[in-house]
Every structure is written in C-alpha cells, then in structure tokens.
Ligand binder design. Structure first.
Ligand code: TYD
Ligand code: MG
Length: 447
C-alpha cells in the first residue's frame, strides 16, 4: 500500500493530516490547519551529524562565563518592577491584554519616558493614525522630540522605519495588525503573526534594540495567533483590569531576565495612565462608623500584599430560589462557606438572598478569602459590625476549621502597617472562635 504523506499540519499544536480540515483534530482550534511547505519533506529526511566548529564546542558549564542581563530603567517604576528592574537590550517583550484595557495608553507613556532619558524611540501603530496618537500624547503629556510615530500596517515599511529612525527602543502596536505581502494569509492570521513577530524579534536581537509587541487576547483569554508567539519572545506581560474600574494590573507571565511573580499597579485617569506605587487604600471603604457585613482582609498578588474589603448583604428572599450574587469572589467558594455556616451554626439561609462583593472590583480568588467572606456574611446576618481594627484571612475547611494560608507573615505585616490591630488568621481553631475573636459573639450560640 502506498504510504500517505501528511501534507497538512496545525500551526498551533503540530497535528498532521493527509487532507485539509477546518478544525484541528488535536487542539480543536478552527482554521489553524495549513498546507506544509515543501521544505517539510526535506526536513523529514535523516539529518547527518556535522562536527561543530572549535569555538562552538560544548564545554563544561563551570568553564563558561555567564551573560549578565543589564536592566535599564524605563522611568516607569511599576513597569520596571514587573520586568525585573527594567528593559534588557535586545529583549523582545509581548504585552497582551483585552481591547480597551489601556495597552496603547501605557506604551505611549512608557515610550515618552524612555525618550525623556535621551533615547530615540519608534512607536509604530497599525491601529491608530499618527494624528490620533499625537492628540492622545498631548492630553497625557507624552510629547517628546525623540519619540517618532509611524502609522503603518506593512511589515516591510515598519522595518524601513527602523532603518531610518535608528531607534534605541521600538513599540509595535499591534502585532496582529501588521502583515507582509511575502507571507500567505490575512493580517492577524497564525502565519502572518508568527512571521511578523519573528522578523521584529530578529531586528531586536541583531541590533540589541528592545522591542515591545502588543498582542490582543481573544475572549477566552489566550493571545490571538499561535501560542508560538509566547515561545518566541523573552518576556510576556499581561495587562488586565475591569473596564468599569480605573485600576489596572500588569503581570509578567514569562520572563527570561527576572522573576514572574511581580505585579505592577496602574490607574487609568482622564489624563492618561498613572502609577500606583501604594495601592493600599484602593480596595477599602473605611467610613466614619463601622458597617455590618464588611470585613477587611489582606490578599497576596504576586509578591505584593494588598488590603481588600469584602462586603456581604443578606436579605429575605421574595422568590422560592434565593439569589446568590457574587462580584470579585468565586461563587462556588461562597456556596461552600454558606453551607458551612448553615450546617455548623444552625442558621437557615435557604430563604435569604446573599450578595457578596469586593470593593473596587478587585478579584479575590485565593483560599485565604474564605474567612473574611464568612465573617462578612455572619456580620450581615446578625447586623453587627466588626470593629475597624479587625482584619481576617484564612482558609475554611468543610468541618468549619480555619486553616493557615501561604504568605501569613507578609499579610500580618501589611495589616499591622495599616492599623489593623486585631488580625484573625489560621491558627484560630474554628469559625465560631474566629467569630468570637471578631466581636460577633460565638455566633447564635451554636458551635
Ligand atoms: P487604549 O490604550 O486605547 O486601549 P488598548 O490599546 O488596550 O485597546 O485605551 C482605551 C481606553 O482607555 C478607552 O476606553 C479610554 C481609556 N482612556 C482613559 O481612561 N484615559 C486616557 O487618558 C486615555 C488615553 C484612555
Ligand atoms: Mg490599542
């Protein structure tokens, strides 16, 4: 029988097929199966070994000297923090984020800061006209003589701009809008995105110029275009935030030059984007008098401890199916906490609507949020406020025990810094004891 050759392959996962199909049989993505180039056939032949040149010879690791990455500050300290100290020459950085989150605004500000340090910066945009960008720069104070703008969607022309401007720093917004007529497929398609990114990264590496590529994310949160993009670049940063609030977080998901657990905080304002070096006050709504149904906690974001306030409201339900509405917290976690309170404390909640939310729309998904959520709900049920000085964090077990969580010490330090002198955390044995420590009594007397 004649051997069938797999002439088609998925650009995402490498799955091969003899015939073209619309959907990959492996990763189930649509439109990623493409005809493999002819060179694929030559690659399949056996590769003979070739003797490496003397200077390329593999050596014991102890005989080699390391390349030290020299980080250069961008002037935007929150970005420097995420990048591990600044930008490394020749680094390829991918900035991903949903449309409208503020990627262009952030990068224009970064570009202006870098230009302000005497560097030549090229900002190439395939999304906006130079007029639009100039207007925004005027509004946000990002005008600078050595910041060069180009509005361009053709890859070759962008490379031409790089030759002409001879920049020290390049921003390309976005990698999905650039295309080359040498490559098949439409702009934003897997092959175009891959080749465009590869061409720009080559420039970065050859000339030692750092380049930032903007990448849009699809609705499911992955970076549009092939995952390969993430492998090509040195650093992947994700910019995120709720569009209804002004706060934005910048996280590094991959960093060849530094740690990946740092978070940068920014705020979108009418006058552009500004850094938030101390976000401690943002998620607290400390009024003059304590209000029932609220509990302060300290969450850990990357390496940062952030104080957050949890709010709960418990009200008689008018429907047979009471509502469980959550905002910023995990609904299944809340359901579990409600069950623990019902079961362990003999409270009936099946005729009550329960609303739980965080202040400022921050996402509080770690297990440490269990205890503050529980205390907020218990405070709401009793209509008894916790004192202003109380903060809590801890994981709740189904047996109603409070368990310690990671980052305990850091959370305690941050809580103390902000004046929470009564901190209830793991180590308190049960939810009933935690409730007592928080001033809510032993909670309906059942424990
Ligand atoms: P933008 O940077 O264009 O987002 P992206 O490049 O990620 O698509 O930002 C778009 C949003 O930011 C827009 O809805 C308005 C808001 N914005 C501000 O709040 N303040 C500002 O100074 C600017 C320029 C934009
Ligand atoms: Mg944009």
């Amino acid at each position: 029988m004649a051997k069938t050759t797999n002439a088609y392959a998925c650009s995402e996962c490498g799955w091969q097929a003899a015939k073209w199909v619309g959907r990959c049989g492996e990763c189930q993505k649509w439109g990623t199966v493409e005809e493999r180039a002819r060179r694929g056939a030559t690659l399949a032949r056996t590769v003979a070994g070739a003797a490496p040149r003397e200077e390329k010879r593999a050596r014991p690791i102890t005989e080699l000297s390391g390349n030290v990455a020299h980080h250069r500050s961008t002037g935007v300290l929150e970005l420097d923090r995420v990048l591990g100290g600044g930008i490394v020459p020749g680094a390829a950085i991918l900035l991903s984020g949903e449309p409208g989150v503020g990627k262009s605004t952030l990068l224009l500000s970064v570009a202006a800061h870098v230009a302000g340090q005497g560097a030549r910066v090229l900002y190439a945009s395939g999304e906006e006209s130079t007029g639009q960008i100039r207007l925004r720069a005027e509004r946000t104070g990002a005008l600078h003589d050595s910041l060069f703008l180009a509005s361009e969607t053709d890859l070759a022309t962008v490379l031409g701009h790089i030759d002409q401007v001879q920049p020290d720093f390049i921003v390309v917004d976005s990698v999905q809008t650039l295309a080359s007529d040498q490559i098949d497929g439409s702009a934003g398609g897997p092959s175009q995105v891959r080749e465009v990114a590869a061409a720009l990264i080559r420039v970065a590496k050859e000339r030692g110029i750092p380049v930032v590529l903007v990448g849009h994310v699809t609705k499911d949160g992955s970076i549009a275009g092939p995952r390969l993009l993430e492998h090509l670049v040195d650093v992947v940063c994700h910019f995120e935030g709720d569009r209804n609030t002004a706060l934005r977080f910048l996280r590094s998901l991959k960093n060849r030059y530094g740690p990946t657990d740092e978070v940068g905080c920014f705020e979108m304002t009418g006058g552009g984007i500004s850094e938030v070096p101390d976000p401690s006050g943002l998620f607290l709504s400390r009024g003059a008098a304590p209000v029932s149904g609220t509990c302060a906690t300290v969450m850990i974001e990357g390496r940062r401890a952030l104080p957050v306030e949890v709010q709960a409201l418990v009200a008689r339900s008018a429907t047979p199916n009471p509502r469980r509405v959550t905002n910023g917290v995990d609904p299944s976690r809340v359901a579990m906490i409600l069950a623990v309170i019902e079961r362990r404390h003999g409270v009936t909640l099946h005729d009550q609507d329960v609303y739980v939310s965080t202040v400022g729309g921050v996402k509080l998904t770690e297990p440490a949020a269990d205890l503050p959520i529980a205390l907020a709900i218990m405070s709401a049920i009793q209509d008894l406020a916790l004192p202003h000085t109380v903060a809590a964090f801890g994981e709740l077990s189904l047996a109603g025990e409070v368990r310690p969580v990671i980052g305990d010490q850091q959370r305690h330090r941050e809580a103390a810094r902000l004046g929470y002198i009564h901190v209830i955390a793991g180590g308190t044995e049960t939810l009933g004891q935690a409730s007592q420590a928080a001033g809510l009594g032993s909670f309906l007397g059942r424990e």
